[in-house]
Each structure stands twice: as structure tokens, then as C-alpha cells.
Design a protein around this ligand. Structure first.
Ligand code: GDP
Length: 444
């Protein structure tokens, strides 16, 4: 997650303010230093860090907290507002006919993002096509075609042509029936002149409605120059940050957004075509600051529902907060979570859970790997309904029977029961915390 470090260190500093009603100048200094330290270590550009921290400091010193507002909430709100201001709205992408051009260095994730974005538009009821114009990188054509197939979207490319501009022109003609054209371009290792020439020519032919710069989240300080060059040549409207699953940094991408005076369009969070999220600034910053984000959770759950073909009434994440947690629930929820991503990511999106109790839980509580889920599922199939409803009544003889029946070991059955207990405890802990009221209270 981008700027993960900011979230946790800031929470640590802010927690020290608990119980205080007034902020001293030293308190503010300490908070501002903490913010600077984590932004710099996340590779955010120095001048940007200074600007942001100066604004926070000035406001924290000058503004009067409304009566009764704890100091911690007051600072949190200022930090939140300043970050919202820095990051801005997400890049506008209307759900209608349009052409999008992708630019970026080789390996930044353009080809993957093209297919992901096409998939995303297809989930919104539009008909997208990916046009692959990369004649430079061997294998680019095959990779793009395969990814478009996985995304179940249309694809155009020409492995025999060496003229990317011609491919772009033909691609648009051949796919004239579709709603959304996503044009992928070649990358190169560095910003060579011929790369810039080529993309300018493609831009001239494609006349995109939106040009997006694709950036690896780990890019660091190099982002500034790249962003500047691409912006000068084709005009960058937004940024796609990829590989957020692999880094806790991502500050370079923020620098690029600032440099191009643009915004973030999408976040890439994995190698599969579904591993993409539309950027939502409010939710993003809430998550960053550990406030949770219910709308993202809802979107993921909805997707998981579709995939597991469950009725909406059958499984609702809110159930997790209601306390009726049996092994039957665990089985259903494991299936759904399997599609939503790891439990700790899901928990990040529940208000009030962000940093607090999640950090205090044993790592094992989150560690339900797919492999274990499969074994657990087989074990649960060998249990009676009564056992699943009252797992606490399962004793040694039942464990023996269940292990035999499911072809697993008694140890594995015990592991499942252990996992269940941990999940039950976790869920008990966040009952009452995960309400929308909690979030509103924090934001007041
Ligand atoms: P391109 O050269 O810019 O077209 O980059 P590719 O789309 O080929 O991506 C380069 C590598 O990064 C590939 O191995 C992708 O699978 C991987 N990749 C792209 N996006 C993501 C992402 O969001 N997360 C992870 N983990 N890998 C990604």
C-alpha cells in the first residue's frame, strides 16, 4: 500500500496526543517531523514534502480547534484535508465512448494495466478494446493478446508490422465498433528521443481523450523527470500507479501527479486482470490514515459475490460485525474472502480497524492461505451441521472421525478449529468498532 509508513507512524504520533485537548508547539513540531520523515522515506519529492508540512504546521498553529474537539482529531483532520488537497480528485473518466493512450517506461506495467483497465470498463457495461502498438519489446504482442483474452476484451495488434503509428491507425479502424479504445505503447528503458518521437506521432493519430502515465509504485525520485518529459510531449491527464502490492512506498507517483498537475486514475494491486482499483481519493486517504473505507469494501464484496454466485442475502460483510459467527459462516466467508483478497486487506477497509487492533493480532489470524482454505473446506465437508454450528462441542473423538472422513490429519482438524477461534476472537474485537458512526466521530 502506498505510503504505508505514513499511516502507521502518523498513527503512532497521533496516539500520543490521546486525552489532550490542546496542542503545544512541540506537539505540532513532532507531528510535522514525523510526516516529513515518512513522506521522504516513501520517496516523495523534497519540495513537495516541505510545502505539505508547512501547510499543516501553519494551520495547526493558527486554527482554533472547535470547542470539545480532542487535539488528536483536530490534527488528523488537517492532515487529511491537506492530503486530499495534494492528491486531488481522481482522473475524470466518464463511462462513455473514449480513447485512452498509455505511456510509460518499459516494465512500468502498461500492457498489464491496459488489459486491467479494459476489464474494468467491461464491468461497467462498456465494450472496450486493447490496441497494442509496441513493436519494440519482443513478446509484447503475445503478452497483450493473452491478457486481453483473460480480461475477455477485444484486442488488436500486428506482430508482423514494425510501424507502431500504422498499427494504431489500423487498430482504431478495426475496432471502430467498441466504446473504449485503450492504446498501449512501447516503453524503452529510458527516455530516448525516438521513444518520445514515436509516442508523439501515435498521439497525433489516436487523438486520445485521456493520456495516462503508467508508473511503478517503486519508481522513487526518477518519477519527476519522466513525468515532466511525457507531459511536455503528449500532455499527461492522469497517472496509473502499478505494483502497489509490492511496495510500501509510492511517493514517486505522488510527485508525478504534482509535477504534471494531474491526478491518479487507477491503482494496480497485482498481476491478475482484476487486480485494479479506480482511485478514490477520500477512501485512499482514509485508509492511509487508518480510518477505513467502507465503499471500497462494498465494491470488493460485490465483485466477490458475483464470482461465488451467492445471493446478496447469503453473505454480507456486515454479518462479520454482528457476531453470529459459526464454522458455516467461516466456510462461506473464506470462499468470498478468497475472491476479495487477503483478510488483512479486507480489514484495512473497515473503519476503526486500520492500525489499531489489527496490529495487535497474531500474524496467524490473517494467514489463511488459499492452500489452507482448500484443506479447511475439505475438513468442513466432513463435519455435521451441528458441529459447524457449535464448533466448541467438537471433542477428541469427533476430531478423529472428521480427520478420517476427510482424509486429513487430526492436527489439521485442530488447526482449523484454532483458526476458527482466532477469527471468532477477531470478529468479537471489532464488533461495535466497525460502524459508520465511528468514522463520522473521527472525522468531526
Ligand atoms: P510494460 O513493459 O510497461 O508493458 O509492463 P508489463 O505490463 O509487461 O509489466 C511488467 C511486469 O510487471 C510484468 O511481469 C507484470 O506482470 C508486472 N505487473 C504489472 N502490474 C503489476 C501490479 O500491479 N502488481 C504486480 N505484482 N505486478 C505487476
Amino acid at each position: 500500500m502506498v505510503l504505508d509508513d505514513l499511516g502507521s507512524s502518523l498513527r503512532g504520533t497521533l496516539d500520543k496526543l490521546r486525552g489532550k485537548s490542546r496542542l503545544s508547539e512541540e506537539d505540532i513540531e513532532e507531528i510535522v517531523k514525523e510526516i516529513q520523515r515518512s513522506l521522504l522515506s516513501a520517496d516523495v519529492d523534497v519540495s513537495l514534502v516541505m510545502e505539505l508540512s508547512d501547510n499543516i504546521k501553519e494551520r495547526a498553529l493558527e486554527e482554533e480547534p472547535p470547542a470539545g474537539t480532542p487535539a488528536r482529531d483536530f490534527v488528523l483532520r488537517i492532515v487529511y484535508e491537506e492530503l486530499v488537497d495534494l492528491i486531488g480528485d481522481s482522473t475524470e473518466l466518464p463511462l462513455e465512448e473514449q480513447t485512452i493512450l498509455l505511456a510509460g517506461l518499459q516494465g512500468s506495467g502498461k500492457t498489464t494495466s491496459a488489459a486491467k483497465m479494459a476489464w474494468w470498463f467491461s464491468t461497467k457495461g462498456l465494450r472496450p478494446a486493447v490496441i497494442q502498438t509496441d513493436t519494440f519489446r519482443p513478446g509484447a504482442y503475445d503478452q497483450a493478446e493473452e491478457m486481453a483474452e483473460r480480461a475477455e476484451v477485444e484486442f488488436y495488434g500486428d506482430p508482423d508490422s514494425e510501424d507502431p503509428v500504422e498499427i494504431a491507425r489500423e487498430g482504431l479502424e478495426e475496432t471502430s465498433e467498441v466504446d473504449v479504445h485503450i492504446v498501449d505503447t512501447a516503453g524503452r528503458h529510458a527516455l530516448e528521443d525516438d521513444l518520445i518521437d514515436e509516442i508523439e506521432q501515435i498521439e497525433g493519430v489516436v487523438e486520445p481523450d485521456t493520456s495516462l502515465l503508467v508508473l511503478d509504485a517503486a519508481i522513487g525520485q526518477g518519477a519527476k523527470e519522466q513525468a515532466q518529459q511525457f507531459d511536455e510531449s503528449i500532455g499527461i491527464d492522469g497517472v496509473v500507479i502499478t505494483k502497489l502490492d509490492g511496495t510500501a512506498k509510492g511517493g514517486g507517483a505522488l510527485t508525478a501527479v504534482d509535477q504534471t498537475d494531474s491526478s491518479i486514475a487507477f491503482l494496480g494491486t497485482g498481476e491478475e486482470v482484476q487486480d485494479i482499483e479506480r482511485f478514490e481519493p477520500d477512501g485512499f486517504i482514509s485508509r492511509l490514515l487508518g480510518m477505513g473505507d467502507l465503499s471500497q469494501l462494498a465494491e470488493r464484496v460485490e465483485r466477490a459475490m458475483e464470482q461465488t454466485e451467492m445471493e446478496e442475502d447469503d453473505w454480507d460483510p456486515e454479518d462479520m460485525l454482528q457476531g453470529q459467527f459459526t464454522l458455516n459462516d467461516m466456510q462461506k466467508q473464506m470462499e468470498a474472502m478468497n475472491n476479495m483478497g487477503p483478510l488483512d486487506q479486507v480489514m484495512d477497509m473497515i473503519p476503526g480497524l486500520g492500525g489499531g487492533i489489527k496490529d495487535q493480532l497474531p500474524d496467524d489470524a490473517m494467514d489463511v492461505t488459499q492452500e489452507r482454505m482448500r484443506t479447511f473446506s475439505v475438513i468442513m465437508d466432513s463435519m455435521t451441521d451441528a458441529e459447524k454450528e457449535y464448533p466448541k462441542a467438537i471433542g477428541a473423538s469427533q476430531i478423529q472421525r472428521i480427520a478420517r472422513g476427510s482424509g486429513t490429519s487430526e492436527e489439521e482438524v485442530r488447526e482449523l478449529l484454532q483458526q476458527y477461534k482466532m477469527m471468532e476472537r477477531t470478529i468479537k474485537q471489532f464488533q461495535g468498532m466497525g460502524s459508520e458512526k465511528e468514522m463520522q466521530r473521527m472525522m468531526q
